[in-house]
Design a binder for this molecule. Structure first.
Ligand code: EPZ
Length: 447
């Protein structure tokens, strides 16, 4: 267990590259279950959750080589996965409890192996996180489920899953991904209405198409999938992480300074870039560096990647309200980071969280730094204060961890942030990246 010691007051300068997206690499790793061939993922972020998903795939009997070392000790940001030897279609509690995204193996296991036993993911700090919509949609494709001993035990009909006309009553990202991965090798056509349009869903669809799947309607709320007999392997580059990119921009907004954020998926960040600019960040999109094509790769990115040059005067932020919503709305995964920005902005801002029922755990911690935040139902009212002062804080979830670090960087004096294991699950060395930009952060083990 580590803690971070942050001394505020340093403005940021320099260059930082955006890693691959956590919320894309996890469904992409689950998609490997759909073929006996090898799936190679590149631009894989160095995350605890990727290692957990690798453990899960191996637990099932597959091979998953993560971050393979090549000559000279260099580590490649790759995952090389072969699930042809899968023998145990199950995701046990000890793995699922540390990463609820393990539930993404449910659809692929049912589609490919006709059965699955997946521990029902528990809730987490931000909400109950049910799976009823996943199960309802898969049942409409012919799957049957029992709940026994905390496990979802699923079976597909002998003839395999059948295509169906589905509609999600609530937009669900992993629900859309689970059903899409089941539908690509189901019999016949599946239509998913009110599908999630997150870029990570589209990235997963692109990889499935490269594997031989038939999917229409990418980036729209209606996916039309014609099942095929089987899928092949592929090599797929994971889309850059728009939430990490937004978090880095928010860090500069809080600390002040000028930085270049390389390889951001700018085409997927319109709402975040608009809101950051509205709050006072000067952001320029620069397509001139090769790196803007996603880390210097010569091949064209299938999505619009570029560099973002961001400049903010210290203390130069203006209060701006946000309401989170499904893509292309303002992402809930950027809510905590944006709230940190508003704590010292001029004026009063209102932040409304419409996706999760309990995603304000960071409020109590930010108040410890002197932030003036009151909660009214699903909204938070933030009155900008002239300055924050450092204090010990405890992280509750992944994005809250980032929010606390960012606020501590703007606070006078020293802050300590405990339970940073949350951060390491979902960010690729965020503290190291911020240190490289000039932040005064030390990571120390807690006995
Ligand atoms: C994905 O979670 C992301 N995780 C989350 O990122 C993200 O916050 C969330 O989508 C929303 O964008 C991954 O992609 C691995 P949902 P997911 O199903 O799929 C309700 C992060 O910080 N719902 O879109 O679990 C649910 O309670 C993480 O990177 C049901 O009611 O979220 C929520 O209110 C946190 N029944 C809403 O839908 C269901 O069966 C949206 O949840 C499923 C969901």
């Amino acid at each position: 267990m580590d803690k971070l010691i942050v001394e505020g007051g340093q403005s940021l300068a320099g260059v930082v590259r955006v890693s691959g997206a956590k919320n894309a690499v996890l469904p992409l790793m689950a998609a490997s279950i759909l073929t006996d061939d090898i799936l190679v993922l590149t631009n894989v972020p160095n995350l605890g959750d990727v290692r957990t998903m690798g453990r899960l795939l191996r637990h099932m009997g597959g091979q998953a080589a993560l971050y393979p070392q090549i000559g000279g000790g260099e580590v490649k940001e790759e995952a090389v996965i072969s699930m042809g030897s899968l023998s145990k279609p199950e995701a046990p509690h000890e793995l699922v409890k540390t990463m609820r995204a393990s539930a993404l193996v449910l659809g692929p296991l049912l589609a490919r192996h006709g059965r699955a036993k997946v521990s029902l993911p528990g809730g987490c700090a931000i909400g109950v996180r049910p799976m009823d919509l996943h199960l309802k949609a898969l049942s409409q494709m012919g799957a049957e489920f029992d709940l026994s001993g905390g496990d979802i035990v699923g079976r597909a009909p002998d003839g395999g899953l059948q295509g169906a006309n589905l509609r999600f009553e609530t937009v669900t990202v992993t629900g859309t991904e689970n059903v899409m991965m089941a539908a690509v090798v189901a019999k016949g056509r599946t239509v998913i209405a009110n599908a999630a349009r997150e870029p990570e869903v589209t990235d997963t669809a692109r990889a499935l198409i490269a594997m031989g799947a038939n999917i229409e309607g990418l980036d729209t709320d209606t996916l039309v999938i014609d099942g095929v007999e089987s899928l092949n392997g592929a090599v797929h580059r994971v889309i850059a992480d728009r939430i990490e990119a937004g978090t880095l921009l928010a860090a500069v907004a809080l600390a002040g300074g000028r930085c270049r954020v390389i390889g951001a998926p700018v085409g997927e960040m319109a709402t975040v870039l608009d809101k950051l600019s509205e709050a006072g960040a000067k952001i320029e999109i620069s397509r001139d560096s090769a790196a803007g094509t996603g880390g210097g790769e010569v091949t064209r990115c299938p999505y619009d990647a570029a560099d973002l040059v961001v400049e903010v005067e210290p203390g130069g932020l203006t209060a701006t309200g946000i309401t989170t919503g499904p893509h292309p709305g303002f992402p809930t995964d950027m809510q905590a980071q944006f709230m940190a920005m508003m704590t010292t902005a001029r004026g009063t801002s209102i932040i409304t969280e419409t996706i999760f029922e309990n995603r304000f755990m960071h409020v109590a911690e930010l108040r410890r730094l002197g932030a003036d935040i009151t909660l009214e139902g699903r909204s938070a009212v933030i009155k900008g204060v002239s300055g924050l002062s450092g204090a010990p804080m405890t992280a509750s979830d992944l994005r809250a961890s980032a929010s606390l670090i960012l606020a501590a960087m703007a606070a006078k004096g020293v802050s300590e942030i405990f339970r940073v294991y949350h951060l390491d699950r979902g960010y690729d060395g965020l503290d190291a990246k911020l240190i490289n930009l000039g932040a005064n952060i030390k990571r120390v083990p807690v006995k």
